[in-house]
Design a protein around this ligand. Structure first.
Ligand code: FDM
Length: 212
């Protein structure tokens, strides 16, 4: 469909605190794009289906204990193991909607007290998203949505720290979305922003690498 030989799919990331609505919104975005005839896939990180992903999953459900640095590197490894497929898909014209990415990696580990630059280092060289949609909601409001589950990071105090760390990562690729509004309103806003991004990438916007 593209108008340029460098036409490619867009790399779009949804980020935010637990229960901000990004999982619902990511799958709706994929449906929307597919409905318009675009090739699109929903990916989520951590990808719990790989062997690294299974170690992460057992850590998150408190079935195993790991040093903070170790789990940080596993989350990063989990993105690296998908990197080449990611590039292949994008170059083949498929848009990828990611439910979490490197920004979660840095924000959650940094909130535990690990150094900001140390946290960013293993992400260097991964693909830079064309767009980061941050679904902005306070931890209190998020917790009201049926309450947090029992996974490791689902506590208001910790989520507050995560929100502060996310702020350190904001750059020109970010769009901050007020996630306290009705779901349909958010959905409409995201559709417009993402479609615009998909069109830019069809016109040959080059891929770049973190962090730039
Ligand atoms: N998380 C997620 C991290 O701590 N680092 C990461 O790199 C990623 C991708 O894992 F609490 C945290 C964020 C969240 C938890 O995420 C699991 P999901 O979206 O609830 O599966």
């Amino acid at each position: 469909r593209g108008s340029s030989s460098n036409s490619r799919g867009a790399l779009v990331v949804l980020e935010g605190l637990d229960r901000c609505g990004k999982t619902t919104q990511s799958s709706r975005l994929v449906q929307y794009l597919e409905g318009l005839g675009h090739s699109a896939e929903l990916w989520r990180f951590p990808d719990r289906t790989t062997s690294v992903g299974q170690m992460i999953s057992s850590y998150l459900s408190n079935e195993s204990q790991l040093d903070d640095h170790t789990i940080h590197l596993l989350f990063s490894a989990n993105r690296w193991e998908k990197r080449s497929l990611m590039e292949t898909k994008l170059k083949g014209g498929t848009t990828l909607i990611l439910d979490r990415y490197s920004y979660s990696g840095v924000a959650f580990s940094c909130a535990k007290g690990l150094g900001f630059e140390w946290c960013k280092a293993p992400e260097v060289g991964l693909l830079t998203p064309d767009l980061v949609l941050y679904l902005d909601i306070s931890p209190e409001r998020a917790a009201e949505r049926g309450g947090y589950g029992c996974e490791r990071y689902e506590q208001i105090e910790f989520q507050n720290k995560v929100a502060k760390c996310y702020q350190l990562l904001v750059d020109s690729k970010w769009q901050i979305i007020d996630a306290c509004r009705p779901m349909e309103d958010i959905e409409k806003e995201l559709q417009e922003i993402v479609l615009d991004c998909v069109k830019r990438c069809q016109n040959g916007e080059p891929l770049s690498h973190l962090w730039s």
